[in-house]
Design a protein around this ligand. Structure first.
Ligand code: GDG
Length: 472
């Protein structure tokens, strides 16, 4: 019986060592939810790194056994691989380049070598479990070489690849010394998906200009197979966020926040610590807003959650310092005995608290410099059961292509951000509801389950088409 194999850098679980032994915490992320319906069935399996460094073989064996019971298979990384493959090539070379921050990109041969080695390691893990006829779905920028490695081992297999971050324009992508090998790696797949048409278009342009292949109407002819490239905007588990918002726990939290914040209008900002998310620019816009709008002093609070991420990478340490300084400066300039303009949290919150924050927020301020999709804005929309609230969204987030009823801004235009914050605070309730209803319809319909099923259907379709063309 053919099975489906999902592969991503991280498994949808966190393994931690505690005094009582190994502890497993499932990820609540959208991808884990969406793919849950797949990898937990039958012999299907999810392959990835469990996120922790293990030295002892006995521990590795134990984790492997425990994970197998939950349809997962671990790939272990050494300390050097975590440094050079994960923090290095993935997060210091590819991440900045793909987010149009090429000036931050490190071009280091040792990183590239580790990247190839680890992709090979993932390939070996897949080969341990795969059989002819299986469907393989590879995820994201850490594993760009894997589709071609798998194709070499199993020429007839069905391979899908989805990239969760943007694909940059040819002029940016070409800066990478290993541009051709990376594209060749991706071209091992039968279906290559991105969040937006622009990402797909940029990829096709790089393929035609760097690899010299013919690309027409989203199809690449590599002489052996037709490879399909398309946009699959990822959705969220809408029902989960909508029902969380009405749960008892969330209501208790909402009451607590309302009591503490009194009549304050709340602007909410939630991101992982990352320079692509535009956090300093957002803070500067809020500072300028306070300067230019004294009538709102004491009446509006920016609630800013920053979730720690990649804090071993130098650029992220510097970013954290910049944010700390900006928050300190703004709060010390404007705060009063009874009002703190920015409530800043540098930690992760339980999902019920996140849900309560989405519910009480009058505005969600989502202003990345670049974002593949951005799920936070969709979660905000799904949580607004009373349909009141305004989304301010960067044009540079993939989500902006679907959410035309948000107030769209350019995150480099501080003046526009300031005017838009004021416009959002003054927006009549009726208009808020109309806009929110439109956005809810879209986010509800194109949810995570829809995303998974449409990707899988397209993969099946292109495979059939390849077979039909081979017999023509
Ligand atoms: C990459 C791409 C693309 C945040 N704080 C807490 C918390 N979160 C959750 C949110 C949301 C997730 O983290 C963040 O997802 P995003 O999509 O906004 O951003 P990335 O992590 O950069 O994800 C992105 C995505 O992949 C999917 O393809 O949209 O463009 O960069 O779900 O809710 N969750 C909890 N506590 C927190 O404090 N529990």
């Amino acid at each position: 019986m053919p099975k489906t194999i999902i592969i991503s850098n991280r498994l949808p679980i966190k393994v931690q060592r505690t005094e009582e032994g190994l502890a497993y915490e499932s990820s609540e992320g959208g991808l884990a939810t969406g793919l849950g319906s797949i990898y937990k069935q039958g012999d299907n399996v999810w392959i990835g790194w469990p996120g922790t460094y293990f030295e002892e073989d006995s521990e590795k064996k134990q984790v492997r056994q425990d994970l197998h019971q939950q349809s997962m298979h671990p790939v272990y990384l050494t300390e050097g691989e975590i440094r050079d493959f994960y923090e290095g090539f993935s997060n210091e070379t590819l991440w900045p380049t793909f987010h149009y921050f090429s000036q931050y990109a490190v071009y280091e041969d040792t990183y590239w070598e580790a990247y190839q080695r680890v992709n090979q390691k993932f390939c070996e893990a897949v080969m341990e479990l795969a059989s002819a006829g299986d469907t393989i779905w590879v995820h994201d920028y850490q594993l760009l070489l894997l589709p071609a490695m798998l194709r070499e081992q199993m020429p007839e297999s069905t391979i899908g690849f989805f990239q969760h971050i943007p694909f940059p324009s040819f002029e940016v992508f070409r800066l990478l010394p290993w541009r051709e090998q990376l594209l060749q790696g991706m071209l091992g797949a039968d279906l290559i998906g991105f969040h937006t048409y622009d990402d797909a278009r940029h990829f096709l342009s790089s393929v035609s200009r760097i690899v010299g292949l013919n690309t027409s109407q989203g199809l690449i002819d590599n002489g052996f197979r037709n490879i399909m490239v398309d946009a699959f905007p990822m959705g969220i588990d809408y029902d989960k966020y909508a029902s969380l918002a009405t749960s008892e726990e969330t209501h208790a939290k909402i009451a607590e926040y309302r009591e503490a914040l009194q009549e304050q209008r709340i602007i909410l900002s939630i991101d992982r610590l990352d320079y692509s998310k535009g956090i300093p620019q957002r803070l500067q816009a809020f500072e300028l807003f306070l300067k230019e709008n004294p009538d709102f002093h004491g009446k509006v609070t920016l609630s800013m959650l920053v979730v720690p991420s990649r804090d071993q990478v130098e650029m992220y340490k510097q970013l954290k310092e910049t944010i700390d300084e900006l928050v300190g400066r703004i709060n010390s300039s404007y705060r009063t005995i009874t009002w703190t303009p920015i409530q800043y949290f540098y930690r992760s919150f339980p999902i019920e608290e996140l849900s309560a924050l989405y519910s009480v927020a009058d505005i969600a301020l989502v202003t990345p410099m670049r974002d593949g999709m951005n799920l936070v804005c969709k979660e905000y929309i799904a949580s607004k059961v009373d349909r009141k609230g305004v989304l301010i969204l960067s044009e540079m987030a993939g989500a902006s292509r679907e959410l035309a009823d948000a107030l769209l801004i350019n995150p480099n235009d501080l003046g526009q951000m300031v005017r838009t914050i004021r416009e959002a605070l003054l927006m009549p309730e009726e208009e808020q509801i109309t806009r929110m209803e439109h956005m809810q319809e879209i986010v509800q319909r194109y949810n995570i389950h829809h995303w998974v099923s449409i990707f899988m259907n397209r993969l099946e379709y292109i495979k059939e088409k390849q077979k039909a063309m081979a017999t023509e």
